[in-house]
Design a binder for this molecule. Structure first.
Ligand SMILES: [Zn+2]
Length: 208
């Protein structure tokens, strides 16, 4: 499976591009910005996007979704609990003193237990509220990878001081949804370096 991680936008959100070499199908997670660069990666591998998945509706993760959807025709999947944040994209843009990006309609309400298929792999949707109420992680067992959004970071956890945030709920999501995954699972946080479930269980000071 092709997997390229592209830090995009002012806040360097890690956008993941997964592709199937055989079928040419792709899934893009968190196209926050820099859609031209994302499209260049897709073109390099001759990939066609079949789904756009949003881990949560913060502008740095969802800002480019409308543009990528317009270019590819791929549906946008997001948890319904984050619709209220997406409805206030203009306020999010104002906090960051940036222009409000074009918005789109969410095509599918992704929820816990949903599964996407790519390159003979299942990609499982885990609902992990806390950073936002609609926060999702994507667990890909055949690659031993977790796309963690802003729920879990290397040595840290997602901030919970923004609207919809809840620290206790975040810790509970991590302990019930993420820590049961195999220790060797490579975690791709929404920002910064990768880590593993095992490393965070042992070393993450927020989770002792
Ligand atoms: Zn966020």
């Amino acid at each position: 499976m092709i997997h390229e991680v592209l830090p995009v936008g002012m806040l360097q959100c890690n956008c993941s591009i997964f592709g199937d070499e055989k079928t040419g199908e792709a899934i893009v997670i968190d196209p926050g910005d820099n859609i031209d660069q994302i499209v260049a990666v897709l073109n390099k591998h001759a990939l066609e996007v079949k789904a756009i998945i949003i881990t949560h509706a913060h502008i740095d993760h969802i800002g480019g979704a409308a543009k990528l959807k317009a270019l590819t025709g791929a549906p946008v999947h997001m948890n319904a609990n984050d619709q209220v944040l997406y409805d206030h994209l203009d306020e999010q843009a104002a906090w960051l003193r940036m222009e409000t990006p074009t918005k789109t309609t969410i095509d599918t309400q992704a929820k816990d237990g949903d599964t996407f298929h790519l390159a003979d792999c299942d990609m499982h949707v885990l609902h992990t509220p806390g950073h936002t109420q609609g926060s999702l992680c994507i667990w890909i067992p055949c690659e031993k990878k977790l796309i963690a959004g802003d729920t879990l970071f290397r040595g840290s956890v997602g901030r919970t001081d923004l609207p919809g945030g809840n620290h206790r709920q975040l810790l509970s999501s991590i302990s019930t949804q993420l820590f049961p995954l195999p220790d060797e699972t490579v975690v791709y946080p929404g920002h910064g370096e990768t880590t593993t479930i095992g490393r965070e269980k042992e070393q993450n000071p927020f989770l002792w």
